[in-house]
Design a protein around this ligand. Structure first.
Ligand code: NAD
Length: 266
């Protein structure tokens, strides 16, 4: 492959922050950015899972610093940014941490409403603020927020999740206007249904165990709903993030990239 073309997707000498890198999509994003050449700062509320991500990045031969973080703590998010910046600047910032649970609007518990909004929307907002503060004076950088097909397609029981992801899309476009003139790009990746621990809430029984028959039925239905007739993988999503993080996407900002198998085409 042509060396100039490879260079457009390389992150050698760059530094990247991934929040929500403990497992699932966030872990794979951190590993892929590391394999592309970046030094990583990874953060998550689950320190045990984060340690597994760190081992995988070390195995890939890359540098990594792990930071325990609850994205609901605004001061901690801003402090992470300042600390990461002091370590050599930040070129790529990815907001991945998210939570989901299902309840109809009439039945939503206030604590659960607050939790989903705090992680999925407010956490991404302050993550963006931390990244913008670092990148704007430097005159370069790429911010990537993880949204969802839920922002495009309404479904019963997921109103709060969908609201937060629609907010992430509009935050992405608003911030793109603010920081674009300073050389900083902001985009979102909106995955379709991806096989991660998050989606297991759909097929756990009353004891919390996975119901394999229900899992197979849900995976088959989710695959059938796509044009490509399959569910997504963490690799599908990490590849989209790599494109937006790298110079290959230098003219792309304010966009919502949808690796969703054709599930939604808004
Ligand atoms: N899996 C899917 O089908 C799917 C589809 C569309 C969008 N997404 C989005 O992709 C992102 C990653 O999802 P996933 O499927 O990998 O989920 P996951 O549950 O497997 O991973 C989420 C990660 O976020 C971390 N996290 C949760 N709350 C946190 C907090 N308060 N502070 C810091 N970290 C916290 C978790 O510890 C975990 O490591 C989420 O934003 C999710 O909404 C997932």
């Amino acid at each position: 492959m042509d060396a100039d073309l490879i260079a457009r997707f390389a992150l050698d000498g760059r530094r990247a922050v991934v929040i929500g890198a403990g497992r699932g999509i966030g872990r794979e994003i951190a590993i892929v950015l590391a394999k592309a050449g970046a030094a990583l700062v990874v953060a998550d509320i689950d320190t045990a899972e984060l340690a597994v991500t760190v081992d995988a990045i070390h195995a890939a031969g890359a540098q990594v610093e792990a930071v325990p973080l609850d994205v609901r703590d605004r001061e901690a998010v801003l402090a992470l940014g300042a600390r990461a910046d002091a370590g050599g600047g930040i070129d790529v910032w990815v907001n991945v941490a998210g939570v989901i649970s299902a309840a109809n609007v009439a039945d939503m518990a206030p604590e659960e409403y607050d939790r989903i909004v705090a992680v999925n929307m407010t956490g991404v907002y302050w993550g963006c603020a931390a990244a913008a503060r670092i990148m704007t004076p430097r005159g370069r950088g790429s911010i990537v927020n993880i949204s969802s097909t839920g922002a495009d397609v309404p479904s019963a029981g997921l109103s709060v999740y969908a609201m937060t992801k629609a907010a992430v899309n509009m935050l992405t476009r608003s911030l793109a206007h603010e920081v674009g003139p300073h050389g900083v790009r902001v985009n979102a990746v909106a995955p379709g249904f991806v096989d991660t621990p998050m989606v297991t809430y759909r097929f756990r029984d009353a004891t919390g165990a996975i119901d394999e028959r229900q899992k197979q039925a849900i995976f088959a239905a989710r695959a059938d709903a796509t044009v490509l007739k399959r569910v997504g993988t963490v690799e599908d999503i990490a590849s989209a993030v790599l494109y937006l993080a790298a110079d290959a996407s230098a003219f792309v900002t304010g966009q919502i990239l949808r690796p969703n198998g054709g599930l939604a085409m808004p």
